[in-house]
Design a protein around this ligand. Structure first.
Ligand code: SAH
Length: 253
């Protein structure tokens, strides 16, 4: 499970109340089926009350969050909950991140339209779909075979043609497609995987939660000369990054 810090939650109430009074439905009959309209409305509200209210401003990120049908990335039994301000369970004991965290990580990655992005931890495919609206190409690796298969199929069915999913351990990245302008890691390792840092292009950004029980969301930026700078953003709670990294001790300093 991952969740924004309690600090973020305290910003929620006031905008929620404000928005509740602002429910203006179009009076003209629309050709779009009502359910679809409702979902778009729920997304617009999610963006205002959970995402804009907490300071995410990038218009391209907000447009992607308004557009991608989050309810189609969760199990049908969870659909009512899909636009709630929390993570949701998906298959294989994993979770789809809280909408605010998806938006924040996407904004922090500063993706531009010609760029190539790597995601580690495809899960439901939701974050990949959001990234696909901002980048030229998205590559995503998922370690749980069932999730890799289902998310690849879902993304294909929904028409996200610039996303490629593969099953495997993301620890070593995806060298055939490297370097990447952005890397988003959606499971928490206890240290930064060096192979991922190596696959970051000069000028690239990696957004990653690091830690075990206590985790910090970090942004690592690589400059033109390959120098890395690291910035702490916010305490978070993600599922663990499994596979090879859990079996190998940290390299000596
Ligand atoms: N981005 C996802 C959220 C996924 S939760 C979404 O939008 O739905 C984190 C995912 O990381 C889980 O599906 C988990 O199986 C996967 N994961 C954990 N360790 C991994 C590893 N070493 N390589 C690839 N995927 C990993």
């Amino acid at each position: 499970m991952n969740r924004a810090s309690g600090v973020a939650l305290s910003f929620l109430l006031a905008p929620l109340l404000a928005f509740a009074c602002n429910d203006q439905r179009a009076s003209v009959r629309n050709v779009t089926p009502v359910t679809r309209d409702d979902e778009a409305e729920r997304r617009a509200r999610m963006v205002e009350t959970q995402i804009v209210a907490r300071g995410v401003r990038d218009p391209r990120v907000l447009a992607a969050m308004r557009e991608v049908p989050r309810h189609l990335f969760v199990d049908s039994s969870q659909r009512e909950q899909a636009y709630g301000d929390h993570p949701l369970p998906i298959a294989g004991n994993q979770t789809i991140s809280q909408p605010f965290i998806v938006a924040l990580m996407t904004e922090l990655a500063e993706i531009t339209p010609q760029e190539k992005v790597l995601e580690i931890g495809t899960g439901s495919g939701y974050q990949s779909a959001v990234l696909s609206r901002l980048a030229k190409e998205v590559y995503s690796i998922e370690i749980v075979p069932e999730l890799a298969r289902e998310s690849a199929e879902r993304l294909r069915r929904l028409g996200y043609t610039n996303v490629t999913v593969k099953e495997g351990d993301g620890y070593r990245g995806w060298s055939e497609h490297a370097p990447f302008d952005g890397i988003i890691v959606t499971a928490a390792p206890d240290r930064i995987p060096q192979p991922l840092l190596d696959q970051l292009a000069p000028g690239g950004r990696m957004v990653i939660p690091v830690g075990s029980f206590f985790q910090e969301l970090k942004v690592l930026s690589k400059d033109k000369n390959g120098k890395i700078t690291e910035k702490d953003i916010l305490p978070v709670r993600f599922v663990p990054f499994t596979g090879e990294i859990q079996k190998t001790p940290p390299a000596p300093e």
